[in-house]
Each structure stands twice: as C-alpha cells, then as structure tokens.
Design a binder for this molecule. Structure first.
Ligand SMILES: Nc1ncnc2c1ncn2[C@@H]1O[C@H](COP(=O)(O)OP(=O)(O)OP(=O)(O)O)[C@@H](O)[C@H]1O
Length: 309
C-alpha cells in the first residue's frame, strides 16, 4: 500500500485556481520531489496533505488514514519542517527539540536528533546565534523529533550556500537510509536530480509529468550534446562540419567560429567519426565535451519556463 495517496486535489483562493487537479501516490521509503515554477501550487498541495488547509475537492490518505477522521493518528505519522521563523529564538537548539517533542506521545531522543542534524556541539546555543544553515538543520530536526514515517520538507535549502545545502542533502539521505519517506519541494534542479527517487513536475496546479529523474530525462531525448573546439581555427571547424554533415549518428550540427556543437543519439560513434576526420587532416582539437541532458532541460521542455534560482 502506498504511504501517501493523493487523488484529484483541488483548491482555489477566490478566482485563483491554485491546485486544479493533482493526483499521485508515494511509496514507503521514497524521496518524492515536487518541482514547478513559481505559483504552480506546490506549497498549497503540501499544506493540504499536511492537514493545514482543507482541499475544495479530492482525497488524501496517509498510510490509509484520512484527515477529518484520523487526525491525531496522522499527526503521529508525519513530520513537517516548520519555517525557520517558527523556531523559538531565545531557546537553545536542544530546548527547541525538547519543546516540540513534548507535543507527541512517541519521540526520538534529543541526542539522536542532534547527532542526525549535526548540531550536537551547538546544542546549547540559542537559535538566534545559529547560522542560517544550522537553523535550517534544526527545523528539519523538529520535523523528525516524533520519529515520523513521512517527513515533509518545503524548500529546505532555499537561500543556503552550497556547503550548507550539501549538509542538508546528507541529512535527507540519512533519513532515507533509515526508511523514512520524504516529500520534498525545491527550486534547485541538481538537488532534485541527486536526491529524488521520483520527481513530480507541477505547473498551473496540475501534474505535467511524474517519473524517476533518469526516466524523465530519457523521455525528453536520447540525444547528447557534443562540443568541440579547434586550435586551428575557423577553417578546421568548417571543414569538419562539412565532412560530417549527413552522418546518420549526427542529428544536427551548429558552428560558431572555431567551435562545433552537434547533437547525437550515439555520441561515442559520432566522436569516433569526428576525431578520425580531424586526425586524418591534421586538425588539432583544443577541447571536446559531451553534455548529458539534465533535469533542468526536462523542466524547461515541459513547462516552457526557465528554472528559477
Ligand atoms: N492563502 C492564499 N490566498 C490567496 N492566494 C493564494 C494563497 N495561497 C496561495 N495562493 C495562490 O495560489 C497559487 C499557488 O501558490 P503556491 O504557494 O501553492 O505555489 P508554489 O508552487 O508553492 O509557488 P512558489 O514556488 O512561489 O513557492 C499562487 O497563485 C498563489 O498566489
């Protein structure tokens, strides 16, 4: 049985249809990531699943339980990362964890959570003197204090520097190892690609595509982009382009000065042909690279929108 079943969710705010029709299932132990442009309905969807807003229509089952019937049972099963502004500034990290733990019948030990979020040595610091990354880790600690089966993390790394972001990735991966299901939203493509078992792309309140990062990328295209630049300048590039045009393993080619870019469903084969030609003619290649398509390419292709930083 999926740990989360979301069917035909809808929610409007006046004339704004924030969520038009969203359905998905999440299996136990998955990292399931919802991505989408600004205003796509991600937060509204999460808040309905977390029981913070009632949907206008549709159904939500958490481990087979429903809001409105089984509220206190669901609350023991889920953990929600509070916005870092909801932390108590004048309490220490440890005191915040103890306070949140007191709301629940079942809990993890504070020491264990501090260890998981790598704050043991800062446990006696007041929140107001923690860094942004440390506060964010504490917010994730609060989401796990009741030892939940499912944890919701809404943009946990927004605004953090790359190192602080990686520290949060480590926590997410540790939680996954322990079997916790994680529902994540993020604006960082690399993060979604690295952490997620499946990614759900949402736009204008509907699910546009849902699959593993690899399958989403595979759906987009089988082509890879190959770039090549020549020490011997424009002439060498133009000759190479001319000679390779029409090869079956090259879908299309572009040249700009001494740089040639081509797209190929068989980039290795195309490269053999290319390098064979340049060697034969004594053209010296300065740089060769093959670029894999990324989740960012998928996002742009599906939503027609640039990714927000
Ligand atoms: N309480 C509210 N009252 C009125 N409109 C709202 C409310 N909450 C959300 N909306 C609107 O609903 C739409 C979806 O918002 P939501 O916050 O769910 O999107 P999002 O995908 O989380 O966006 P972002 O990436 O910017 O956080 C937006 O147009 C937003 O302005």
């Amino acid at each position: 049985m999926p740990v989360l079943e979301v069917k035909n969710l809808r929610k409007s705010f006046g004339d704004v249809k924030a969520v038009q029709d969203i359905s998905f299932n999440v299996e136990a132990g998955e990292v399931f990531t919802i991505i989408g442009p600004n205003g796509a309905g991600k937060t509204t969807t999460l808040e309905m699943i977390e029981g913070l807003q009632p949907p206008d229509a549709g159904s939500i089952a958490v481990a087979g339980l429903s809001w409105g019937k089984d509220d206190s049972a669901i609350k023991t099963l889920i953990g929600v990362q509070p916005q870092s502004s909801a932390l108590f500034d004048l309490l220490t990290a440890e005191e915040n964890l103890d306070l949140f733990a007191s709301f629940y019948p079942k809990r993890k030990s504070t020491a264990e959570v501090l260890e998981m979020i790598n704050l043991t040595e800062h446990r006696s610091k007041r929140v107001k003197s923690l860094s942004g990354g440390q506060r964010q880790r504490l917010a994730i600690g609060l989401a796990m204090i009741n030892d939940p089966q499912v944890i919701f993390l809404d943009e946990p790394t927004t605004g953090l520097d790359p190192q602080a972001r990686r520290n949060i990735w480590d926590i997410i991966l540790r939680l996954k190892q322990l079997g916790t299901t994680i529902i994540l939203t993020t604006h960082y493509m690399e993060e979604a690609e690295k952490l997620s078992d499946r990614v759900c792309i949402v736009d204008q309140g509907t699910v546009i595509s849902l699959d593993t990062p690899a399958a989403l990328i595979g759906k987009l295209t089988k082509e890879r982009e190959v770039r090549l630049s020549f020490y011997d300048g424009e002439d060498a590039a133009a000759q190479t382009e001319e000679a390779l045009r029409g090869r079956p393993d090259i879908a299309r080619m572009e040249r700009e000065g001494a740089n040639v870019t081509l797209w190929s469903p068989e980039p290795e084969q195309a490269l053999y042909g290319l390098l064979g030609f340049t060697k034969e003619h004594g053209y010296r290649v300065e740089h060769v690279s093959i670029r894999e398509m990324s989740l960012e390419d998928v996002f742009i292709a599906f939503t027609g929108k640039e990714w927000r930083d």
